[in-house]
Design a binder for this molecule. Structure first.
Ligand code: MG
Length: 385
């Protein structure tokens, strides 16, 4: 391997693919009939012929952002200098008047990690640190809905939880009803679903709740006390995360661990503030939340330094690499799951999914160099937009 690769080009390929998910008016995913959607493949090319790649939505890698902020930082540089390049991108954010988002630099960072893995012949989780080669997964449900046989009632959640346990899951996280579902949000309905799932699974399955994100303090406290009583493992984002003092108020009064922040901006800096101020009992990071793998590793290290557990938000190749490479988290989040969807169905732009789970509920780290995503380049070439 040459130590002196040079980045020669950045390319964004937009392509049509098929999805079975659709967003409601508040941005929550629900199942639907197969429909066309556009995705993007970001490629970082080098003079050695090694290319780093990441799959992403088209918006964060649109042409004007790549041209204005990313090419000037990356072209001509050594792709192994991930820390230096990440810091250069992060500093551009202020000068860009926040047009350059954490999402954009996060996808570029993941492509650089993929490149480093491919250049060295190592999977990224080994490059990061090789903390573990497999991890138990939790099944993360979609938000509640009003779909017959879906996630419309507490009993629906109970039946679906039993089906997930039968597949091998040892832990399940509920996302309950949120607007625009009629009657949502409702602390009473959330508690009914959480209780139904506990009754359906028995005492040995770990359960977590991620409810409506805009409850008041008193609503959040009532719901937290309710799920404490049915032995839930953690309590996630019941309030607007911009109010850190609300979370400190909540965590001070509950025995159940409060986890966060997930959606709050501010990268590892925000996570440090939450850890230092006692606003959470378990910290949260995610490669698509904090600006990539590089800052997500910083979050893991700061959590370890405070003896605080940290859980990784969301699935996908980058998050698997983080979970395997650092050992962060009791679980890997596998989702979003719904009774009407087969999570293991392989979309046409992939040859295989990156996170297959065995019958004991474990996901094994990928062995291919880089992020381990089995991309179907022929399909992408044939379906370019
Ligand atoms: Mg969440």
């Amino acid at each position: 391997m040459r130590p002196d690769l040079t980045i020669t080009a950045l390319r964004v390929t937009r392509f049509r693919t098929v999805t079975r998910k659709i967003k409601d008016s508040d941005g929550h995913d629900h199942p639907c009939d197969p429909r066309e959607m556009v995705m993007a493949l970001l490629s970082v090319e080098t003079d050695a012929g090694v290319t780093g790649e990441v799959l992403c939505p088209p918006a964060p890698v649109r042409d004007e952002l790549i041209a204005a902020y990313i090419r000037p930082v990356l072209l001509g540089q050594n792709p192994f200098d991930r820390e230096r390049l990440w810091q250069a991108m992060a500093r551009w954010q202020r000068g860009s008047a926040q047009q350059l988002s954490d999402k954009t630099i996060g996808y570029v960072d993941q492509a650089l990690w993929d490149l480093a893995g491919k250049a060295t012949g190592l999977p990224v989780w080994r490059l990061i640190g090789g903390a573990r080669d497999r991890v138990p997964a939790y099944g993360s449900t979609m938000c509640g809905d009003d779909i017959p046989g879906g996630l419309a009632t507490p009993d629906d959640y109970g039946r679906f939880a039993q089906a997930l346990v039968a597949k091998g899951y040892t832990a399940i996280k509920l996302h309950t009803w949120m607007p625009p579902v009629p009657g949502a949000p409702s602390v009473r309905m959330d508690l009914a679903a959480c209780t139904a799932v506990r009754e359906a699974t028995g005492p040995d399955v770990a359960l977590m709740l991620d409810a409506n994100h805009w409850y008041s303090r008193t609503e959040a406290l009532t719901l937290g006390r309710g799920i404490e009583a049915v032995d839930y493992l953690w309590y996630e984002e019941p309030m607007e995360e911009a109010s850190m003092s609300s979370y400190r108020w909540l965590a001070d009064q509950l025995a159940i661990p409060v986890i966060g922040p997930e959606s709050a901006p501010g990268k590892h800096f925000t996570r440090a503030e939450w850890a230092a101020s006692g606003a959470c009992d378990i910290l949260r990071t995610g490669v698509n939340d904090v600006g990539g793998i590089t800052p997500a590793i910083k979050c893991v290290h700061l959590a370890q330094s405070f003896n605080i557990e940290i859980e990784v938000h969301g699935g996908g190749a980058g998050n698997i690499a983080l979970v395997g490479g650092t050992g962060a988290g009791r679980y890997y989040e596998r989702g979003l799951l719904h009774p009407h969807l087969d999570h293991d169905e392989v979309p046409p732009h992939l040859i295989a999914n990156v996170d297959p789970m065995d019958a004991t509920g474990y996901v094994t780290m990928p062995t291919a160099p880089g992020l381990g995503e089995a991309i179907n380049h022929d399909y992408i070439a044939d379906n370019q937009v």
